[in-house]
Design a protein around this ligand. Structure first.
Ligand SMILES: C[S@@+](CC[C@H](N)C(=O)[O-])C[C@H]1O[C@@H](n2cnc3c(N)ncnc32)[C@H](O)[C@@H]1O
Length: 298
């Protein structure tokens, strides 16, 4: 695998529209917002009953048929107190393989549909939030983690930067190469192979929520290692009440700000800013949590 990004890449500025909408994820986030009035009432029971209640709130249906894990529950392998220990019941590796395979199959099977449905999504606010914190003079070497069909690679290239894409879905990786001329590495988030201290910034737009919580600390440490000192990580994810599991054919983990901060801080990052999207709406109508982090120089 050649790691050096293309010196220059053709690109054009895309027209941006409204925020990204992913139906059930948005719904999960909205349900989480109602937690004080609904979920807490239901969470007074046994650990198993609580897990089932959370599952119904987040994913609906029968918890025995799909997996919904609450972080900090005995089934999650994650300690509620914030210790990122893979203690009692971490996800066994066959589960992880299935999570990756099934989630990527979902995207591969809908690659054109996804590209057409998201090509005009307006994420310029997020791109700007990453770029304004990167120190030094451009152009910057930027990793677009989970680049999908390449919409944002094209924007970074059009701004004169040196973007490199990573995506696990074969069809997205090829599409992104074809549409942007950028270098795109096909890699699984759970088996990343990234150069050390190489990137000025990492743009993880709507991608890290696909990493199961048991693996998130390790993945975040890898991203941290691949950033130059003072490099910046941007993340935007559908937020939730710290639940994870199958959302249709995709696996998702939905964190709140407090828990997300614990993960990022434990991985060595320092918070720069956070905000909710779309801008200007009441919080319960802002399903996306965007946050920006620095890898401090030693
Ligand atoms: C919701 S899409 C976001 C795509 C793009 N960043 C955007 O904002 O439109 C999530 C992306 O993460 C990728 N992805 C999901 N799970 C992955 C995994 N385990 N390894 C690598 N890529 C993965 C998918 O292929 C998809 O491109």
């Amino acid at each position: 695998m050649t790691r050096r990004p293309a010196a220059s890449a053709p690109g054009r500025t895309v027209a941006f529209e409204d925020h990204q909408k992913i139906g059930v994820e948005k719904w999960v986030a909205r349900r989480a917002d109602r937690r004080p009035g609904v979920a807490r009432d239901r969470l007074g029971g046994s650990a198993a009953a609580n897990r089932d209640a959370v599952h119904r709130l987040a994913f609906g249906g029968n918890p025995t048929r799909t997996t919904g894990r609450r972080f900090g529950s005995p089934a999650s392998g994650y300690n509620r107190a914030g210790d990122h220990q893979r203690n009692d019941l971490p996800l066994p590796s066959p589960d992880l393989k299935q999570i990756t395979a099934q989630t990527l199959a979902y995207y591969n099977q809908r690659a054109e549909e996804f590209r057409d449905g998201t090509k005009n999504h307006d994420v310029r606010q997020n791109i700007d939030a990453l770029l304004r914190h990167i120190p030094g003079l451009p152009p910057f070497t930027i990793l677009d983690l989970g680049c999908g069909p390449g919409r944002d690679l094209k924007v970074f290239a059009s701004l004169g930067h040196r973007p490199v894409g990573v995506d696990g879905a074969e069809r997205f990786a090829q599409m992104a190469r074809d549409e942007t001329g950028c270098e795109v590495w096909q890699q699984d988030f759970l088996r990343l192979d990234l150069p050390d201290a190489y990137f000025c910034g990492i743009f993880a737009n709507a991608s890290l929520f696909h990493v199961p919580s048991a693996e998130l600390p390790r993945v975040l440490r890898q991203l941290h290692a691949s950033l130059k000192p003072d490099g910046v990580l941007f993340c935007s994810n559908p937020r939730g009440d710290n639940v994870e599991g199958w959302n249709g054919e995709r696996y998702g983990a939905y964190h709140d700000l407090e828990r997300w901060r614990e993960y990022l801080t434990d991985a060595g990052f320092v918070e720069l800013e956070h905000y909710y999207r779309p801008t200007g709406l009441p919080r319960e109508q802002q399903p996306w949590l965007a946050s920006v982090w620095r890898k401090p120089a030693p």
